[in-house]
Ligand binder design. Structure first.
Ligand SMILES: [Zn+2]
Length: 307
């Protein structure tokens, strides 16, 4: 397996997506992995700006400063959380894992279409979209600024439990008030495409060479995906771990974890397995394009980004 990285520069004047308002230029890295006739690229949908404070709620106060330093995060204030969408191209398919935030979430995100254009992939070329979960930064890019499906030719794949949770009319009332907009936004989008979604369960071979691994806790039906094998493949984590801090201190989740205890247990078990099996991972919110490895460090772990 070969891993390479190159930098893309996009001038604002060249914003390639017709019909969109002018957007400033940006630079981002595309990490490419090739294995046989599979090619995987890590594309950027932009980034989120998140307060660091809520991430530290489960960390004893005396350990916080050291942890922030180890994880290379700002001591207080705002963390830039990358948004890495996985593009997998095989001889007969063009597959996206999640679709970014679309035009309606936050102004720093929703730029997947530009990244695809830079790879000479048009939205209509995408044959399959596989979802890790239905949070806005993963799902809302499904519809364009006119509320029309963007990936018109794609079959959509979502874990059955995840789909059931977000399309349940009771979810908007049971979810914490801070995240009610997530529930409303997810059900609206999933309703719009419900007849195009294939549901799958833990362990399913969703597409040839793509196996579902249920990793619940961030959301009730969260899924990760093992593509290929540990030495010739990649593990698409989704959000069961969302920052380098989660490796160093697996009890540290995100404010949006639906079940923090379950999320922490999922993190520990899966980081251990990924370290022991030697997988290359692609993390949606991890730095450096999200590709790297999990290494054990004492009782916990660390994220080692690919060169
Ligand atoms: Zn996310």
């Amino acid at each position: 397996m070969k891993i390479s990285r190159r930098f893309m520069l996009l001038a604002g004047a060249c914003a390639a997506t017709a019909g969109l308002p002018f957007r400033p230029g940006r630079a981002w890295a595309i990490t490419t992995l090739t294995m046989g006739d599979f090619q995987i690229d890590s594309l950027s949908d932009g980034h989120l700006e998140l307060p660091v404070g809520p991430l530290l709620e489960r960390v004893p106060e005396a350990e916080r400063a050291e942890l922030l330093k180890l994880a290379d995060l700002p001591a207080d204030g705002v963390m830039r959380s990358p948004l890495n969408v996985t593009l997998l191209r095989t001889p007969d398919r063009t597959i996206l894992f999640d679709v970014g935030s679309g035009p309606d979430f936050v102004p720093t995100a929703g730029r997947l279409a530009e990244a695809l254009a830079a790879m000479n992939v048009a939205p209509e070329d995408v044959t399959d979209v596989v979802f890790t979960h239905a949070h806005p930064d993963h799902l809302w890019g499904l519809l364009d600024e006119f509320d029309e499906p963007l990936f018109v030719n794609a079959a959509l794949h979502m874990g059955a439990d995840e789909f059931a949770y977000w399309t349940d009319p009771a979810t908007v009332d049971s979810i914490s008030e801070a995240w009610q907009s997530f529930a409303v936004g997810a059900s609206r989008r999933l309703d719009a495409v419900a007849n195009k979604i294939n549901h799958f369960a833990d362990g399913a071979e969703v597409l040839p060479g793509v196996r579902a691994v249920m990793t619940p806790g961030h959301t009730p039906g969260h899924m990760s995906f093992a593509v290929g094998t540990p030495d010739q493949g990649i593990f698409v984590t989704g959000d069961f771990v969302t920052s380098p801090m989660g490796f160093l201190q697996p009890d540290v989740g995100t404010a949006t974890d639906s079940d923090p205890e379950l999320a922490a247990a999922t993190r520990k078990a899966n980081l251990a397995r990924l370290a022991d099996e030697g997988w290359t991972i692609l993390g949606y919110h991890l730095p450096e394009g999200g590709t790297g490895r999990v290494e054990r460090q004492g009782e916990t772990f660390r994220f080692v980004a690919s060169d």
